[in-house]
Ligand binder design. Structure first.
Ligand code: FE2
Ligand code: FE2
Length: 379
């Protein structure tokens, strides 16, 4: 065992790259390592590794960097092919992110637990198989699809921050068998690939958060005047009032912030109804205004379904025209599932549509929400 010089994590001997902080411990020879067995150029491995690590810090194109890591694996391990497989969003399958050889590989999904890569992912252990066709863990299906003959495999799991990201493999040693030493080298490169991918995912998440949030808010604000008979920009007025309501009801600051975000995008469904093709939903263009109006809560909720960071906003969009007394829509939402928080957006919407709080039916809301509205709008 060794310790990462950066974060202190104990690194098992078959890691050459810290799986917690992602910083290299390469250069400290793992315990029990023998001299170079002559199969691969050691100085080359280190210099290729460091040069790829340097590229990682500046990489704009992670795909290109992963291809280079694959190329380095093949060269340093004297392998015919290499592949970097990633865990898909369900966590149940692996898919090829980079693979030399057949393009068909890019379309395959390998279930966790099946085949050598599936076994490595399931057990989070490295594996050396020098006669795959006599190993019961090997699945020949990929070979059947590509026409390639797998003769040997060295594979390691890619782990970052204790999270399995995928599997890295070298296929078919050009001469002789893969060795434990190859596994060690592969661990170094797979660590590099893991950090590249984790960085990529982080950047994508951040991009997803900012671009979607800002785009949605701006576009929604622009689309608010149809077919809801409320003034253009009413979302901004609601975003001003919603945190005040939360404060009046003794809600914590983070809930007040959530209410503000919810108020801003509560009517985003109108955008989807106007431009269904942009968001890939199927809406009958001939629907009349009333039908479209009744759909905007469902459509809005669907629009942000895949956006992780906006998950908490969905109930506000779904429920902002549904009331405690069973009135409103969508009918499939049970009044019992309405919360004080979603009621705040609903009562503000009611106020915007009616233009006068005296016209609001108090029976639609819990007393404290109705009272809070009275307080923030009087005086
Ligand atoms: Fe609205
Ligand atoms: Fe609405």
């Amino acid at each position: 065992m060794d310790n990462c010089k950066e974060c202190g994590k104990i690194i098992l001997s078959d890691y050459r790259f810290c799986p917690r902080c992602g910083l290299s411990i390469f250069g400290d020879a793992p315990k029990g390592r023998d001299s170079n067995d002559g199969n691969e150029p050691e100085g080359d491995a280190a210099s290729r590794f460091f040069s790829l690590a340097r590229e990682l810090s500046e990489a704009a194109n992670i795909d290109a960097l992963l291809k280079k890591i694959g190329g380095a694996i093949e060269e340093i391990l004297c392998a015919e092919r290499s592949s970097i497989l990633l865990l898909d969003e369900t966590g149940e399958n692996l898919y090829f992110k980079t693979a030399t050889g057949e393009d068909i590989l890019k379309t395959l999904r390998l279930p966790i637990g099946k085949g050598i890569a599936g076994w490595i992912a399931q057990h989070r252990e490295s594996l050396l198989v020098n006669d795959p066709y006599s190993d019961e863990r090997f699945s020949p299906e990929t070979d059947k699809k590509t026409g390639f003959r797998t003769k040997s495999i060295a594979g390691v799991p890619m782990i970052f921050n204790s999270r399995l990201i995928g599997v890295c493999e070298a296929i078919n040693k050009k001469s002789g068998d893969f060795t434990e030493r190859d596994i060690e080298t592969l661990c170094g490169f797979s660590g590099l690939a893991a950090v590249s991918i984790a960085n990529l995912q982080l950047r994508a998440d951040q991009k997803n958060l900012y671009s979607n949030l800002i785009e949605f808010i701006v576009m929604a604000a622009d689309s608010l005047s149809r077919p809801e008979p409320s003034p253009r920009g009413h979302a901004w007025e609601m975003a001003r009032m919603a945190p005040l309501m939360g404060k009046e009801l003794g809600m914590p600051l983070h809930t007040q912030q959530l209410l503000q975000r919810a108020a801003l995008i509560h009517d985003i469904g109108f955008l989807g109804l106007e431009y269904p093709e942009l968001i890939g939903i199927n809406i009958d263009r001939k629907l009349n205004n009333d039908a479209r109006y009744r759909l905007h809560t469902v459509v809005g909720s669907e629009m942000i379904k895949g956006i992780k960071v906006m998950k908490e906003l969905r109930p506000f969009i779904s429920c902002h025209h549904r009331y405690r007394n069973g009135e409103g829509f969508p009918e499939k939402i049970s009044p019992e599932t309405i919360t004080l928080e979603t009621e705040i957006i609903a009562i503000l919407e009611d106020l915007m549509l009616k233009g006068d709080k005296a016209a609001i039916d108090p029976g639609r809301y819990t007393g404290e929400v109705f009272e809070a509205l009275n307080k923030i709008t009087s005086g």
